[in-house]
Design a protein around this ligand. Structure first.
Ligand SMILES: Cc1ncc(COP(=O)(O)O)c(C=O)c1O
Length: 453
């Protein structure tokens, strides 16, 4: 694979290696190729050479991925105290940590304020005056970035279009006033907006519009003359370090989808931002860094012909990869064979099949009547472009242990062991002393279930 290659398709993974891994570690199994993560980081920093590139770790927060991203020089964008905790553990110093607070629970704020006190340079991004008050109430007066609702969103599904959703950010027309007030209490270093996730070529106009609005806002804050006529504008220029225009760069899930031209996206972003002297551009992609670096391996356990369709039952389900059930998302699927005494899948006829998991929900279906090399019991299927929001959104619903994950970095290493049945009941067993006592919930060392450092 070359650095220029802009997407890694499921057909390009080494079939024999995937089969060996599945046989050694059982299925369902995530495989994450750290070399590809590195390449994606390099492609991003090459396309945005003057920008701060921050990895939105909600896409995949595994330690091995974080260490790879850290070594590649990207910062970390964290969505919770748990993510800040993971990023610190993976080696990110405060000066490379950006915590984005969305309706933050009190325990998250307390953790992050505490972390900021002991880790220089951490930045908190907040998108509600109420959140600013809650930070100030906790004695926080450090680096602050103001999240703005620019009134324009984009993304692969309505559930991930954030840019115009009232939940996110201070309304655009109040941003100047809120920013001006914020400088009295905090070290205001940036403004931020995020259009949404999975922006493809069709969504680029919205991305450009968002960036252009953020550029105008930055000029209004930093250049008093640009603010002439705005009664909310500060007569004094504010010293912003950056304008963060979010992440959301899409990847091509369908085999015939063209990859985004990253250089063109970067040029369009810079153009739309315009000149904001002394203020850097920041972007925070998640999916783009990890999506095509991961596959989910699953084994066929049941083949059921019905009058309307052939249902191929597999041992992974929506608990392992939620995106198809949650967003009707398409993931490419390749039959890599492995069933005893069966011809190589390349020598089998293609047949339309519905691939379904073991969860008792109709939505637990990876594809419907999609042509695949005729699957038989024992075959392995590789579900492609599964590295982003895959393991990360896995759950134990239906009391199913979460899968294992192997990282490829030359060698293959198990980086997350498969959960056992005992893991499903661990928190109940740990709560048990209180059941034997007065029946009330057990206080766990002053921790109401939050993060401990
Ligand atoms: C604030 C913020 N930044 C960045 C991202 C990353 O988006 P993506 O993974 O599509 O790049 C998200 C995703 O939800 C987000 O909410």
């Amino acid at each position: 694979m070359t650095d220029e290659q802009s997407v890694r398709r499921v057909s390009e993974w080494d079939r024999d290696r995937l089969r060996t891994l599945a046989n050694a570690h059982d299925t369902p199994l995530y495989v994450q190729d750290l070399e590809r993560v590195r390449e994606n980081c390099e492609r991003l920093t090459a396309a945005f050479p003057d920008a701060d590139v921050r990895y939105a770790m909600k896409a995949h927060s595994g330690r091995a991925v974080l260490e790879t991203v850290h070594a590649a020089g990207l910062d970390a964008e964290c969505a919770s105290a748990g993510e800040v905790d993971r990023a610190l553990a993976a080696g990110f110093g405060g000066d490379r940590l950006h915590y984005t607070a969305v309706n933050p629970p009190a325990r998250d704020l307390e953790y992050v304020v505490d972390a900021a006190a002991s880790t220089d340079g951490l930045t908190v991004t907040a998108g509600a005056v109420d959140t600013l008050d809650r930070l100030a109430d906790r004695g926080y007066d450090g680096r602050l970035c103001l999240r703005v609702n620019p009134g324009v969103g984009a993304g692969h599904h309505e559930k991930v279009r954030t840019g115009a959703a009232a939940k996110f950010g201070v309304p655009h027309d109040r941003a100047v006033r809120v920013a001006r007030d914020a400088v009295d209490r905090f070290d205001l270093v940036g403004i931020h907006a995020h259009a949404g996730s999975g922006i493809d070529a069709d969504g680029l106009d919205s991305h450009r519009e968002l960036v252009s609005r953020m550029g105008a806002l930055a000029r209004e804050l930093t250049e008093p003359e640009a603010a002439a006529g705005d009664p909310d504008a500060s007569p004094d220029p504010l010293n912003l370090e950056y304008v963060d225009v979010g992440g959301g760069f899409g990847v091509p899930y369908r085999e015939d989808d063209a990859p985004l031209e990253l250089d063109a996206v970067a040029d369009a972003t810079r153009d739309a931002l315009g000149e904001v002297p002394g203020v850097a551009l920041a972007v925070e992609p998640g999916r783009y860094v990890v999506a095509d670096a991961g596959v989910l391996l699953t084994r066929v356990n049941t083949v059921k012909p019905t009058p309307d369709e052939t249902v191929v039952g597999v041992d992974a389900g929506m608990t392992d990869l939620l995106r198809p059930a949650m967003y009707d998302a398409y993931h490419p699927i390749r039959n890599i064979g492995g069933a005893n005494n069966e011809p190589d899948p390349a020598d089998r006829e293609s047949t339309p099949v519905t691939v379904a998991g073991p969860i008792c929900e109709t939505g637990d279906t990876f594809c419907r009547t999609r042509p695949l090399a005729r699957p038989v019991r024992g075959d392995l299927l590789a579900v492609g472009i599964a590295g982003a929001y895959g393991y990360e959104m896995a759950s134990q619903y239906n009391s199913r242990p979460r899968p294992a994950e192997v990282a490829l970095n030359g060698d293959a290493t198990v980086v997350r062991r498969r959960e056992r049945l005992a893991d499903l009941t661990r928190v109940e067993r740990e709560a048990e002393p209180s059941r034997d006592g007065d029946g009330g919930p057990a206080p766990i060392d002053g921790d109401a279930g939050g993060v401990s450092r």
